[in-house]
Design a protein around this ligand. Structure first.
Ligand SMILES: [Mg+2]
Length: 196
């Protein structure tokens, strides 16, 4: 299951709102190259004097989406769950306790001696799809849940893909998966997929 947009609000948007730095609201919808976007974010944080402890303090004040904790608990009582995120352990750290310490596969941010984010280190490219493929190699059946374009490869790779609260743009472009609009519907879709 994806994290941002599925269990937690979007991190960069939260930091942009808290700091008032509009440039941090840009996403891959605005800047096509992920590398270019991340370099721009890193540069913007430094320009405004925002260090990793500031980011973690801001994110520490962000709540999981309403019902997310209960949903994740429900899911983990029934299935082995791995959260697959294109975000970073350093940004997820403030949420681990609230989410009850799930298993997370994601990437790392590098922080320099002054506390500024200086680089990002991807575990590997196309990590979500490859993680699902690896689960298949281990003979696990897989159900993937995500909300955005970066989740589509893992939804396609999984035995069952489910879209959770996609944007209109995603909804128009991606038509092959069932869609859930709240956690109750998501529970029904997961139950149906697990029984299929
Ligand atoms: Mg997401």
């Amino acid at each position: 299951m994806d994290i941002e947009g599925c269990l937690l609000p979007e991190f960069w948007i939260a930091v942009a709102r808290d700091t008032g730095i509009k440039d941090l609201e840009l996403t891959t919808r605005d800047v096509e190259s992920y590398d270019e976007l991340m370099r721009f974010r890193i540069e913007t944080l430094r320009k405004h004097g925002i260090r990793m402890p500031d980011i973690q303090r801001i994110l520490g004040g962000v709540e999981p989406l309403a019902g997310a904790v209960e949903f994740l608990r429900w899911l983990r009582e029934r299935h082995p769950v791995i959260l697959l995120s294109d975000s970073y352990y350093e940004l997820l750290q403030p949420f681990l306790s609230a989410l009850e310490h799930p298993t997370i596969f994601c990437h790392h941010l590098e922080v320099d001696g002054d506390g500024y984010v200086s680089d990002y280190l991807l575990r590997q490219t196309d990590a979500k799809r490859k993680s699902i493929r690896a689960m298949g190699d281990l003979q696990f059946g897989t159900i993937a849940i995500g909300d955005a374009f970066n989740d589509v490869p893992m939804l396609q790779e999984a035995d069952h893909g489910i879209l959770y609260r996609p944007s209109n743009k995603v909804l128009d472009a991606v038509t092959e998966f069932p869609v859930a609009w709240d956690y109750e519907q998501l529970q029904s879709h997961v139950t149906a997929a697990a029984e299929a």
